[in-house]
Design a protein around this ligand. Structure first.
Ligand code: ADP
Length: 213
């Protein structure tokens, strides 16, 4: 079908001389299976910024059997959100690390209205503002088929049917409505997440070019 899926080369990804030296601060949102993590990693390369995935941080802590991991696991396995105090502190600490000064893309945070307010506070404290919020869209049938495939390939503990349904429900109830707030602030960029990985990246970069000016 398509000739070169996933093959945007590193050189192509880096071919953004206009972005040199720029600090870009982004959030990426989208339902489970929309390809957020994949696109966040690629965008981090394009913009020379740090990808920060709250899900990845939790998974690393669970694998390392840290206190945070033990606490988080109860929630992640069921597809529930980890309590805000825990997640907020974790994000606050991560954003204070030196590498984040070069810019960041947050994946998996904020996920509810309280986290939006918290992120505003954290960024204000650092004297920073967001430059854009990407919403990746995809229909539910496509999402379910992608997650089913990922479940087979990666064997994530929270890719059970129950936990997936729970996560998609929480996304629809608590996370999707947040895009309205970011739209009002003229930060929202909505991008269709269907298609080849490299195509979707190109689409996001093109939409962001307009947003970032
Ligand atoms: P997905 O987007 O597929 O649900 P993530 O990797 O983003 O996967 O998150 C996995 C799990 O980690 C979530 O189901 C939740 O339990 C926890 N988690 C991640 N980010 C947050 C957050 N911002 N607030 C609370 N819990 C979170």
């Amino acid at each position: 079908m398509s000739q070169t899926p996933n093959t945007t080369s590193r050189r192509e990804l880096h071919a953004r001389p206009d972005q040199e030296g720029q600090v870009t601060r982004l959030v990426i949102m989208g339902p489970q299976g929309a390809g957020k993590g994949t696109q966040a990693a690629r965008l981090a390369e394009v913009f020379g910024i740090v990808p920060i995935s709250t899900g990845d941080i939790f998974r690393a802590n669970i694998a390392g059997e840290t206190e945070l991991g033990k606490l988080a696991q109860e929630y992640t396995n069921k597809g529930d959100l980890v309590p805000d105090e825990v997640t907020n502190d974790m994000v606050r600490d991560r954003l204070a690390e030196p590498d984040v000064k070069q810019g960041f893309i947050l994946d998996g945070y904020p996920r509810n209205a309280a986290q939006v307010a918290e992120l505003d506070g954290i960024l204000a404290g650092l004297g920073w503002e967001l430059d854009g919020v990407i919403e990746l869209t995809a229909d539910r049938a496509e999402l379910l088929s992608r997650i089913a495939k990922r479940a087979q390939e990666e064997g994530r503990d929270d890719d059970t049917e129950e936990a997936i349904t729970r996560r998609l429900d929480i996304y629809a109830e608590q996370t999707a409505p947040l895009t309205a707030a970011y739209k009002e602030r003229n930060l929202l960029v909505q991008v269709d997440g269907l298609g080849e990985i490299a195509e979707v990246t190109d689409r996001i970069v093109a939409s962001l070019a307009t947003q970032l000016g």
